[in-house]
Write a protein that binds this ligand. Structure first.
Ligand code: MRU
Length: 365
């Protein structure tokens, strides 16, 4: 997407230095910093420290990490070691394992001498495919937004609510939940987006930054505001992203998504999830029981973080010293609360049948 007239992806291959460049998202929205990811430790740190984040972007980054591993040592032993090293960086978003599995399956049958070049080509392919998938999600989501707009008096905005950042920063480009918003805005449909702050990491600030750069009207609200807004008829539709969706359509996404789905259900607000197919975990049926939920450092909860005077990232404690904290980073929204899944192949019911109809090739595999 464009920032001040220049088109950016959230990562790109730097042909001059032969390394991957990323936008270090820890500094956003205050500072736009591009940093190289040049060693295997850099890759692991970039994912674990959330310099890159968002399920599809984590997957694409891991694919470039595998390409680096193959350039350093194309043996099967090193491929397996890289798989394990990168896979343990974050446990919940399935795109990480999906990308690593795809790389390993494609590279293992090749000769050692072929693997480095093939791994880099595959990483580029995974990145490009992500862009195309999200573009199509945008078109399919646009149709839903159009339907809502058609029922409103002319000129009245469609009021959307989103949680976390499932924007272009969380993918290679377009975003998942934001892609329909960008498509609708570009098509001239008046929109207003309620952006949940998404404590503790405040990914909503990234969403606000993105939407602002694209000129999409929006308001940043506390995580607790959504139920109130829905009760007062101020939300026409919720769209979130997902880190892992089960074959039955249970949606694991950023902590707090479930509460938004409950509030949407209670207030008859349609609750849609933008779902790229690599985020479907066909091996998991019951999301509540089977998806590992990442527990992050409690300091993210007991402290608030921001850019401090002088330019560094600083934290301020908000709890009494010694207070115990808990920090589950994701939750699971059961399929019964999800109105529909917006995928690159179309919109389907959040159910085993709905997903299998759209993806018979994957569902059978
Ligand atoms: O912890 P994060 O910031 O990686 O979590 C991101 C989310 O939960 C997104 O909503 C999800 O990955 C979908 S991104 C298109």
């Amino acid at each position: 997407m464009k920032i001040d007239g220049t088109h950016y992806r959230s990562l790109w291959w730097n042909g001059e230095s032969d390394v991957l460049d990323i936008i270090d998202q820890r500094w956003l929205p205050h500072d736009f910093r591009v940093v190289p990811v040049a060693t295997m430790q850099d890759f692991a740190d970039a994912i674990f420290q959330m310099r890159v984040r968002g399920a599809p972007l984590i997957g694409a980054t891991a694919a470039y990490g595998m390409a680096l591993a193959m350039a350093e040592d194309p043996s099967v032993a090193n491929m397996d070691a890289a798989w394990t090293f990168l896979e343990k960086t974050r446990p919940t978003a399935i795109n990480l394992r999906w990308a690593l599995d795809r790389c390993r399956a494609a590279l293992r049958p090749l000769l050692e001498a072929e693997r480095a070049a093939a791994a880099l080509t595959l990483a580029h392919e995974i990145a490009d495919e992500d862009v195309e998938i999200n573009r199509r999600i945008g078109e399919n989501g646009l149709a839903l937004i159009r339907e809502i707009a058609a029922r409103k008096p002319a000129g009245e905005p469609v009021r959307l609510l989103t949680h976390c950042n499932a924007g272009w920063l969380a993918t290679v480009d377009w975003g998942t939940a934001t892609s329909p918003m960008y498509h609708a805005h570009d098509a001239g449909i008046p929109l207003h987006v309620w952006v949940d702050e998404t404590r503790p990491r405040n990914q909503g600030a990234l969403t606000s930054w993105e939407l602002g750069k694209h000129g999409v009207p929006h308001t940043y609200v506390t995580d607790n505001a959504g139920g109130h807004l829905m009760q007062h008829g101020m939300v026409d539709m919720v769209i979130t992203g997902t880190d892992r969706t089960t074959r039955r359509g249970d949606v694991c996404n950023k902590i707090g998504t479930y509460l938004k789905a409950l509030a949407a259900h209670d207030n008859d607000v349609p609750f849609y999830v933008a779902l790229p197919s690599p985020t479907i975990d066909w091996t998991v049926g019951d999301g509540m029981a089977e998806i590992p939920i990442e527990e992050r450092d409690v300091q993210e909860v007991t402290h608030v973080q921001g850019v401090i005077e002088g330019g560094g990232i600083g934290t301020v404690q908000v709890t009494p010293a010694g207070t115990a904290g808990g920090n589950p980073a994701f939750d699971v929204t059961p399929n019964r609360l999800v109105t529909g899944l917006i995928t690159e192949r179309g919109v389907c019911e959040a159910s085993e049948k709905g997903l299998a109809e759209l993806f018979p090739d994957f569902a059978r595999a």
